[in-house]
Design a protein around this ligand. Structure first.
Ligand SMILES: [Zn+2]
Length: 280
């Protein structure tokens, strides 16, 4: 009789231990603070001057099991992330820029309401994610293009936010456009004002035309950006510079995507990329 009681107790203990072990494996999660502290440190968030209020912009639930990654903080991304069951959203273009959230009305209200109602956090990393040496948009673009001798480039208020490097073979603008269109699922446009054969390339993702003069001064063969404002056309022409525009959105998907395996491995959380590519 005594033997039977012990057996039952042991059985219950073993069963519970195994059940809990399995349960813990299934629901891998981390606390939001652990994730944001890690990101702030890795991306050197506090050290980068930016109009974006980088870091945790909306603090939701403490426990995070699934993180959605996207380029833009917008309703389309939030709705898709909620549908995917995300507890946290990490974006390149956040919702809070300088004093943009001074009034929580209209578009601001609708975006914030979606997050707060669902207890979902929003973390933004703008320039820190452009310039990061490993996970940044620009180093990721340089890697996609297999550039050699990669160096810092693209001075913005005293900080290099881009990268430059060289191809180990001559390449034409058309070849470069094809590679980018294929790898980034984009449609490139170009100003062809420079050499036919390209060896050196400067890269500043998104609205990177701020570094056009620097590309000319450094005598680069081509300059890759996301999109260009009207006034850059004549600047490029007068500077005899080739400029490829590969899409603001498309050139900035690569940084957030590079963070996905990092957080998946570090915290054991599920990750998902939310595509909300502008169509026009
Ligand atoms: Zn951008």
């Amino acid at each position: 009789m005594i033997h039977e009681i012990y057996t039952t107790k042991n059985f219950q203990k073993i069963f519970l231990e195994n059940y809990l072990k399995e349960y813990i494996i299934q629901i891998k999660m981390a606390e939001i603070k652990q994730i944001t502290n890690f990101l702030d440190e890795e991306l050197k968030t506090a050290q980068v001057e930016d109009t974006s209020n980088n870091g945790l912009q909306v603090a939701g639930k403490i426990e995070v099991r699934k993180i959605a990654f996207a380029v833009d903080a917008c309703v389309e991304v939030f709705e898709k992330a909620l549908e995917a069951g995300a507890d946290m959203i990490i974006v390149h273009h956040g919702m809070s820029w300088a004093d943009s959230l001074k009034y929580i009305t209209g578009i601001n209200y609708n975006r914030i309401k979606l997050l707060i109602k669902n207890d979902v956090s929003l973390y933004a990393s703008h320039l820190p994610l452009d310039m990061h040496d490993k996970y940044g948009n620009n180093i990721q673009l340089a890697k996609i293009l297999e550039l050699d001798n990669i160096e810092d480039f693209g001075n913005y208020h005293g900080t290099a936010i881009g990268k430059m490097g060289c191809f180990n073979h001559d390449i034409t603008i058309e070849d470069l456009k094809k590679i980018l269109e294929n790898k980034l699922n984009t449609k490139c446009t170009a100003y062809k004002f420079g050499k036919d054969k390209i060896k050196t390339l400067g890269i500043v993702s998104g609205g990177g035309s701020l570094a056009l003069n620097e590309a000319v001064q450094k005598n680069l063969d081509c300059f890759l950006i996301g999109e260009a404002p009207h006034q850059s056309y004549h600047k490029a022409k007068e500077g005899r510079m080739n400029v490829i525009m590969a899409g603001h959105y498309e050139t900035e998907t690569v940084g957030v995507k590079a963070l996905m395996p990092l957080l998946e491995e570090k915290f054991g959380v599920e990750v998902v990329f939310i595509d909300a590519q502008p169509k026009y």
